[in-house]
Every structure is written in C-alpha cells, then in structure tokens.
Design a protein around this ligand. Structure first.
Ligand SMILES: [Zn+2]
Length: 401
C-alpha cells in the first residue's frame, strides 16, 4: 500500500510540472529561437523568396556573432527612393517575444506577397528592413544586457570605448540606409512609448518639435482601422510616475517616454534626433508567453498595427538631389522648418540623402520650408505645401560653388 501512495505522489508531481511548463493549457513549452536558429531561418526565407528579400550584415556583437538584417522590397538590393522602414527586436536579449514577433512578421510579408495584393503593394512601395535580434549575445543567454553587461538601449549617446559594437553597428547601418520610420520592440509592459525619453513633457514642459506628427504615428499603431493593439487586455491605461508624484493616463495606449520614466541614450531618441527617423518603442507583452498560442496572440495584437504604421510611411515629401548633369548627390542635409505657432519645442530634426541621392521626410499636411545643403554646393531653400496624405515629390538640383 505504501508503494501505491508513492506512485500517486510521483504522478501528481509530474502532472504539476507538465502543467506549469505548458502555460496551463496542456501545450508543450514554447521553444524560443536562438541566434543560430534565426540565422537558419533568414537563410531559408532568402532561399524561398529570392526576388523580394536580401540578407545584409548590420555588424558584429562583442563576441563576434553576426547581426543580420532582412530587407523585404521589390528590388531589395537597391535604394530606390521608397520610404525605408526599420524594425528591430532583441535589443534586450531576455525579451524574446520581440524577436518572435518579427520572425512571424517576416513570414507574413514574404508568404503574403504572392497571396495578398495589399501586401504585395506594400512591399513593392517600401524598403522594409527587419533586424530580428540586435543583441544576439544577450539572446543566447536570455540576458537584458550584452556580453559586457551593458544595456544597449542606454548606450546610444556613448563615445569611445563605451560605445558597444552592437550600438555602433546599428548606427552605421542606419546612416547608410537613411530610414525615415522605425519601431523597436520590447517586453515588460504593453504600451507605445514615443520620443522623447530624455525629457518629460509633463514635468519639463518641453515638447518634441514634431509633437503632433509623433502622436499621429503612435496613434496609427494603436488605433487605426486594421490596428489591433488596443484589443490586448493588458494594454496600460495609466502608469505611476514618482517624479511627477501622480498617475499619468495614456492616450489610447501611447505615452511620451519621459513621462513614463526618463532614460538617456535610448535608440528611439538617437534615431529621431540624430537621423530624423521617427522610432517608436513598442512594448508588446508584460512577459514572454510560455505557449505557442500565447506568442501567436501577441503577434496578432501587433500585426495589423504594423501594417498600418508602415503604410503611413507614405506621408510627407521625398525626392532626389542631383547636380545639373543629373548625378545623384549623397549626404545632402535636408532641414525642414515651419511656423509652429510659438510652442515650446525642442529638437532640430535633420535628415540626409542616401547613397543614391534620395531623401524621405515624413510630414503631416501643412506648409514647410526645406533647406538642402552640402559643403561645396550653394544651399537651396524651397517652400512646399502638402495638402493630402500622399507623398509629395520634390526633386532638387544643387549648383556647385
Ligand atoms: Zn526592453
């Protein structure tokens, strides 16, 4: 009889272990992709969809792991003046859901290219660059930090030896592509965090120079027609800010980063202030799901939002800067100014032309002054009114000094 009870206890223990491992739903424990799995996955995608994908090397991690990007576009090897969009996961290696979300989105776009006219149109008219994992060393050991114990999302203002290889790689890669729109995925909360992180709107009373534009793009992610972000029951409605001494309510899942908590050296602030690329920090889950169904559910809360957001990359001004003989000029600085009605704002946003002379500036409808300048050429300032949400074309010829 004693032996019989022992068997019962062992059986019950096994039952408890199997339930907790399967997220309580009886499914097998979800196996997150390792850095090596991701390399194999990207190679397979490239093999299956060679016409619309290209694998590029962003750089190398501190231990020498390669950081890869997958470009999805109709001519993935060429910058053609299409809006360049960057999607990044795994900047914190223990936030595996951010990586899985992008893996699923890659599958969705590549498979959908031949089955959905909408996806084909989106891919044909955008340059979509997906970096599933920026911190492969962290992902390998499920750590927030890189191999040197550095939080990469606080490293973007660093200089000299403090600048980590992963950070520098993304900075150089981004400069070569001149992205105009971006998202960086995280877990730990469920909300959309907008520029800036280094100052609080509420406490400092200072607004980003393009506050309306930033709000408009963030709300597109959470609340446009196809967006499903707010369907997630875990979306934050408010947070408590101890410096503010009170609760702050989110606007349909969106919040200024500095109102949540102030952070210096984030990718979001660097992208926007140094390269003119609007980057949102999207927190997709409080914690990594433990089941396949849980991972898929989080993906579905973000898939339509991502499509709507990438569609919106079409708003603004674009064009090509050439000399009088039609030769494209790269690295031309494009500064946009307008009458902001005397708001207290900060941030002088500048963009540059890419290696093919193209520029893309996301803007809301309005009248803007654009100044094009590069050493050795006479600067040129032009006024342009954008009346619809379509891209406005403005080609420029610069005259050498
Ligand atoms: Zn994170």
């Amino acid at each position: 009889m004693k032996i019989f009870y022992k068997y019962i206890i062992v059986y019950l223990l096994m039952l408890i272990i199997s339930c907790s491992g399967g997220g309580g739903s009886g499914e097998s424990y979800y196996q997150y992709h390792t850095p090596e799995d991701i390399d194999i996955f990207l190679d397979e995608i490239k093999l299956n969809y060679p016409d619309i994908t290209a694998i590029e090397t962003v750089g190398y991690s501190e231990t020498g792991r390669v950081i890869k990007a997958l470009v999805i576009s109709d001519n993935p090897g060429t910058l053609e003046g299409e809006p360049a969009v960057r999607l990044t996961g795994g900047i914190h290696g223990n936030e595996m859901m951010s990586v899985e979300l992008l893996i699923r989105f890659i599958e969705y776009l590549t498979y959908g290219y031949s089955t959905s006219p909408d996806i084909k149109n989106l891919v044909d008219t955008r340059y979509i660059c997906i970096i599933p994992v920026l911190n492969p060393d962290g992902l390998a050991v499920k750590s927030r930090y890189n191999r040197n114990g550095v939080d990469l999302n606080r490293n973007f203002n660093a200089t000299g030896t403090s600048l980590q290889k992963e950070t520098e790689a993304l900075q150089n890669f981004s400069s070569s592509k001149q992205f105009c729109l971006s998202i960086t995925y995280h877990t730990g909360a469920v909300l959309v965090n907008m520029p800036f992180d280094y100052k609080s709107k509420l406490i400092d009373g200072i607004f980003p120079v393009e506050n309306n534009l930033i709000n408009s793009f963030a709300l597109t992610y959470t609340d446009a027609t196809e967006s499903n972000f707010l369907a997630n029951p875990d979306v934050y409605n408010y947070i408590y800010n101890s410096n503010y001494g009170d609760y702050i309510f989110l606007n349909k899942g969106t919040i200024n980063g500095g109102d949540w908590y102030v952070a210096l050296g984030t990718l979001q602030d660097w992208s926007y202030l140094q390269t003119g690329c609007l980057d949102l920090t999207v927190e997709v889950a409080k914690r990594n799901p433990t089941s396949e169904a849980g991972v898929q559910q989080i993906f579905m809360y973000n898939r339509g939002s991502l499509i709507e957001y990438i569609k919106k990359a079409d708003e603004g001004i674009y064009g090509r800067v050439t000399d009088s003989e039609g030769t494209p000029i790269s690295n031309v600085e494009v500064t946009v100014t307008w009458d902001d009605g005397g708001e207290t704002t900060t941030g002088d946003i500048k963009i540059k032309t890419d290696s093919n002379g193209y520029y893309n500036r996301i803007l809301l409808a309005g009248t803007y002054n654009l100044t094009f300048s590069k050493e050795g050429y006479t600067s040129q300032t032009t006024s342009k009114t954008i009346t619809t949400s379509e891209r406005s074309l403005l080609n420029i010829q610069l005259v050498p000094l």
